[in-house]
Write a protein that binds this ligand. Structure first.
Ligand code: SF4
Length: 356
């Protein structure tokens, strides 16, 4: 029987994930959950425990909308922190709501290709282990390339001479990546779009405003959940830097654990868990580089980031660098966020003009 397999959103990573699943589960239908809207969050919040962190609510909303659209297999990646317990609770909530589906949690601990293959066999992959691994590695390479190009776009989109050029190329790139079938094709697409994207005319002064964004991974990487913060900053001709990406989380974070803690210096003696240590270390590093401000984002009630906040206040005081704190939940008002952001941008602009 043909299955309809779905998974939740996070930024643009649905593109490599959908590509990978399309190859691994050939013969089945792959369906990215419908795009996130206010309804997604409303549905997720309505059926979630009140106190749970907001990524849980977004994911649950994604699952409900996917089930409504015909999905019958739901994939949950698994992960650390409270995220590691999401799967069981979400599955139970969805079953209590009366949905019939197969629920698959991909990882319980470290990423292990043999375990992933076993789970994929259970869902129905017709591939040998070798071919399975090929498409997993292809998706990983796609994620790396996408992260690299998106970092360039993030830092430069506010300064393009012809407004909308990078956004248009970015959208084209995502569409093209969906159809990639092998490494050779991926390299060609990366080369073509890398050249096109880097070839867009940019007018960026050396002393432009620079802002770093740190915080919890989901609210950092899913633009809907932070009210498109990066786009808003770019509109004010600000260079935006963010370090947390899937590439960083999968390949750099654990390798650099000790180095990150050491680099946080006197601000941290122990790790804060999840992304808290990175929030502190990156804020200190960017303050030393002369950034004009930082924005810290987190879901309401996110413990690792709550722990990071007092340390960030010390960094802000010591380096005289303003830090704006945003806490997101289903009740967060977009107007409130935009007003505070505007005030922050005005403040860092005036500081720059006065040479503070
Ligand atoms: S890092 Fe924060 S938002 Fe993510 S699971 Fe942990 S507590 Fe929840």
């Amino acid at each position: 029987m043909q299955k309809t397999i779905s998974f939740p959103h996070m930024g643009n990573y649905n593109v490599p994930i959908e590509n990978m699943l399309r190859h691994i589960f050939a013969g089945h239908k792959i369906m990215t959950a419908p795009n996130i809207t206010k309804r997604t969050l409303e549905l997720g919040s309505k059926h979630s425990p009140d106190f749970v962190c907001v990524p849980f609510k977004y994911n649950l909303g994604n699952y409900i909308e996917a089930l409504e659209s015909g999905a019958n297999v739901l994939i949950q990646a698994g992960g650390g922190c409270r995220y590691g317990y999401y799967a069981e609770v979400q599955e139970q909530i969805l079953r209590d709501l009366g949905y019939k589906f197969e629920f698959v949690k991909l990882m319980s601990g470290k990423v292990n290709p043999v375990d992933l293959y076993r789970v994929s066999k259970r869902i129905g992959t017709p591939l040998s282990f070798g071919r399975f691994l090929y498409f997993v590695l292809l998706a990983i390479d796609m994620v790396k390339k996408l992260d690299e190009l998106e970092a360039y776009i993030r830092e430069n989109v506010g300064f393009e001479v012809v407004e909308g050029s990078l956004e248009r190329l970015h959208a084209e790139l995502l569409e093209r990546l969906k159809r990639v079938d092998c490494f050779k094709e991926l390299r060609a697409v990366y080369k073509t779009y890398g050249e096109k994207i880097r070839g867009v005319e940019i007018n960026k002064p050396d002393d432009c405003l620079k802002v770093g964004i740190v915080g919890e991974l989901y609210t950092l990487m899913e633009p809907f959940s932070n009210f498109f913060l990066e786009r808003e900053l770019a509109k004010s001709r600000i260079q935006v830097s963010r370090f947390i990406t899937v590439t960083y989380l999968l390949f750099e974070k654990s390798r650099m654990k000790k180095k990150t803690l050491k680099s946080a210096g006197r601000y941290l003696k122990y790790e804060l868990g999840a992304d808290g240590t990175d929030s502190v270390e990156k804020s200190k590093t960017l303050a030393e580089k002369g950034y004009d401000g930082m924005i810290h984002v987190k879901p309401f009630g996110c413990i690792p980031e709550i722990n990071a906040m007092p340390v960030l206040q010390n960094i802000s005081r010591d380096y005289k660098m303003p830090i704006l704190y945003f806490s997101f939940d289903s009740q967060t008002s977009e107007t409130g966020i935009k007003t505070r952001l505007e005030a922050f941008i005005d403040m860092i602009t005036m500081r720059k003009e006065k040479g503070v």
